[in-house]
Design a protein around this ligand. Sequence first.
Ligand code: ARG
Length: 259
Amino acid sequence: MKAFKKVAALLLVVALLATSLVSCGKKSIVDEIKKSGKLTVITEPGFAPFEYIDANGEIAGVDIEIAKKIAEKLGVEAEITAMDFDAIIPAIQAGKANLGAAGITATEERAKSVDFSVNYVDTGLYIIVPEGSAIAGAADIVEGTAVGVQLGTTSDMLVSDITSGISRYKTVADAVVALQSGKIEAVVADELPAKDAVANNTGLVLLEEPLSVEQYALAITKGNEELLEVINEVLGEMIESGEVDKLIQEHMELAAAVG
Ligand code: ARG
């Protein structure tokens, strides 16, 4: 009887050791984040109201507030870093940051490189033209039309298929400058950043007809189910309570005030 108990106890110890070894080998990103005390977030802050530079020179916006809520849920600080938009998906894919929060459209192509959260914004791509332009809708953008886009965005992908007259810029603002100087005939950009650009620059018009319908999601390195669950929980609550819509309104106004 005694011997049996000893064997049973030994087996239990072996079993416990084995499970802890297995969980050690599969290091959890959530544990790493908690240990480091920070959630590393990357964005391209020329994209109001989702991310922009505020009056204090800090990166602010809807995505930043969402990222901070996720960090809070994990009990850590959000560390926000700016980079070119086209570098964000590759950086997340390579595990160089925990979260890509940049008004990123969830596309099937990108989902091969990163994991996406639930969608948190329904939006689309729109055309900006100078007042008095002959371009009145999507049908007027044809092969040869000179169109500016932000490099590596869905606008870039879409316009690349229509016209070889495409010019790719690092930021939406750079494309708008080119439009105002007459270098290009139109800019294609996401709905709200396009609205912000038109509101903050004279002589520009936003055409009514969208070129495409898209949804934004947050991007993380593939295969981190536990982190994705936390993110989706926070996003779910923020969407349900109307917080995301409220933040969009708020930051549209705040960004307009910064100019
Ligand atoms: N939604 C577009 C895309 O995913 C544009 C995003 C640009 N975001 C930014 N922060 N500049 O391609």
